[in-house]
Design a protein around this ligand. Sequence first.
Ligand code: GRF
Length: 217
Amino acid sequence: MGQTSFAVFASGRGSNFLSIYEAMQAGDIQGEITCIISDKSGAPVLSKASELSIPAFHRSPKQFESEESYVEDVAALLAEHHVDYILLAGYLKKIPGALIQRYPNKIVNIHPALLPSFGGKGYYGIRVHEAVIAKGVKYSGVTLHFIDEKYDHGPIIYQYPVRVRDDDSPEDLAGRVLQYEHKAYPRVVRWLCQGWIQVHNQTTTFTGPEEEWEITL
Ligand code: GRF
């Protein structure tokens, strides 16, 4: 089996990117991150990528006259880096429909809660965890899904529950969920490389071994 190529889109710190990169370095994933794109010029993820000699680019719709020219430019970058899948990891900008159409069911997002709850416009960063705690639900978790044109929407690939404790602050919960994110994202990337995910209409099925599902920290 050949190597699968991934682009990572990230807006900030890039800890999910690093977890995927490290799993690749450890030989757990038959894939390669061939480029990083951030909408924020000063994002720590860009400097981390450069330190690791991964091509890193700042691209924001604001740099372009139209959405069309932005999509053309990003699509050219992706083609140049032979990208098979795009991984959104803490990426805050909406992906234009024209780009989604070029990568149908090939763009993955991670969300730090159990979708379809606590997702959609405005549910990002610490706000997700604040909303979870305010509602009093007892489990939050991690969701990975292919994206469509709505925020935090599209075929769900993987979910894992994380207990919400009575005395959790939003920051405590965010930290606990993040530990699971760092296990879940590399795993889903490996599944994609193995060809274990099939999409049927708006859902996915998994053809790998069942023990792949469990996470132990
Ligand atoms: C993660 O919690 C991710 O689920 C959310 O934003 C955070 C990004 O963290 N969408 P990092 O940049 O990967 O460290």
